[in-house]
Write a protein that binds this ligand. Structure first.
Ligand SMILES: Nc1ncnc2c1ncn2[C@@H]1O[C@H](COP(=O)(O)OP(=O)(O)O)[C@@H](O)[C@H]1O
Ligand SMILES: CC(C)(COP(=O)(O)O)[C@@H](O)C(=O)NCCC(=O)O
Length: 301
């Protein structure tokens, strides 16, 4: 079913707004204008719906556990967050982590971005994939699937690689430690990709999935605006892979570089690999040109 913003906002019921403007500023991505009004109208109803989903799954688990006479904890509830580069997935995922952790029956929420499972640049270079970063083949999909399946099977603690946007590469000596959560959020552009025949994909472990959607032209503008803002901020760090963009490259050439990266990498990936997975999502958040969510589409079964 499809709901417009007002109809969806009314479904918040009495879910309390626990975030402040300062909390939101911490969670929001570069140039992402998500406001407290968006949190109230869009993310609180979503938090309420997800709480109902998780509660129902926990109850079913308890029934089977009683039947078997076992005492184990329920497996983590896994949520996938998909969508284009620069559509605002990480803001959505961080907001959900914060809001979902407020519910007493699932206080421990972990968030993992799939960029941690990108092959290191050395491997991408050797395979001729440096201009295909973000495409399905640029990820170590076997390790990603193993990680999610081990979490789902009840692993207490797993260490995973860490990708740095600053270095534009996986950091060999760093690890992110993930402790067994009540809810695991897996965020990344290609998380809804179906498996190739005979294999498993991360999406096979999702209990719920969200696709963040917008018109390609709008996402392109957000990508370019963000690039220019990063040029003024993150790229000025001498350790940044794109440092030259902030120092020696004039603004018009930097913009031309970003347009080309968008056109030849991110837009191709969006049209060929990401958009075709939208129909697989449980819920689609459709954003207008100002980043505000206009419509929500929910699969009822
Ligand atoms: N080159 C970069 N340098 C520093 N930060 C970046 C760079 N590219 C993207 N980011 C940041 O990484 C986060 C994830 O970006 P992205 O994967 O495009 O997804 P989304 O915009 O949908 O959250 C964003 O918060 C963005 O600001
Ligand atoms: C790292 C990304 C592939 C996003 O990966 P994700 O977190 O969705 O797994 C993307 O931000 C990226 O760097 N794309 C390559 C082209 C570019 O520099 O925009």
């Amino acid at each position: 079913m499809e709901l417009d913003r007002d109809a969806w906002a009314a479904l918040r019921a009495s879910t309390p707004l626990s975030l402040t403007e300062a909390d939101l500023a911490e969670l929001r991505g570069t140039t992402d204008p998500t406001s407290l009004e968006d949190v109230r109208d869009i993310y609180l109803p979503l938090s309420r719906l997800l709480n109902l989903y998780v509660g129902a799954t926990q109850q079913r688990h308890a029934a089977v556990r009683d039947f078997l006479g076992e005492t184990d904890r329920p497996a983590p509830f896994v949520i996938g967050v998909a969508g284009s580069v620069a559509v605002g997935k990480s803001t959505t995922a961080r907001l959900l982590r914060s809001l979902l952790a407020q519910w007493p029956n699932h206080p421990h929420v972990e968030l993992v971005s799939t960029d941690n499972f990108l092959h290191p640049n050395s491997v991408l270079q050797a395979r001729g994939l440096m201009r295909r970063k973000g495409f399905p083949e640029s990820y170590d999909r076997r390790s990603l699937v193993r990680f999610v399946s081990e979490m789902k099977a009840g692993a207490e603690r797993l260490d995973i690689p860490v990708y740095s946007h600053l270095h534009y590469d996986v950091i060999p000596e760093e690890r992110q430690t993930v402790h067994r959560p009540d809810i695991l959020i897996v965020e990344g552009i290609n998380v809804l990709q179906p498996a190739t025949a005979g294999r498993l994909a991360v999406a096979d472990f999702f209990d719920f999935s969200i696709y963040v959607d917008a018109k390609v032209g709008n996402i392109r503008n957000w990508y370019l605006d963000r690039f220019l803002e990063l040029r003024r901020t993150a790229f000025s760090d001498p350790r940044s892979y794109f440092h030259h963009m902030a120092t020696t490259t004039p603004e018009d050439e930097a913009l031309e570089f970003a347009s080309k990266t968008w056109r030849t990498i991110n837009e191709v990936n969006l049209v060929e690999n990401i958009q075709p997975t939208r129909g697989r999502a449980t819920l689609v958040l459709y954003k207008g040109g100002d980043h505000r969510v206009r419509r929500v589409r929910l699969r009822k079964t």
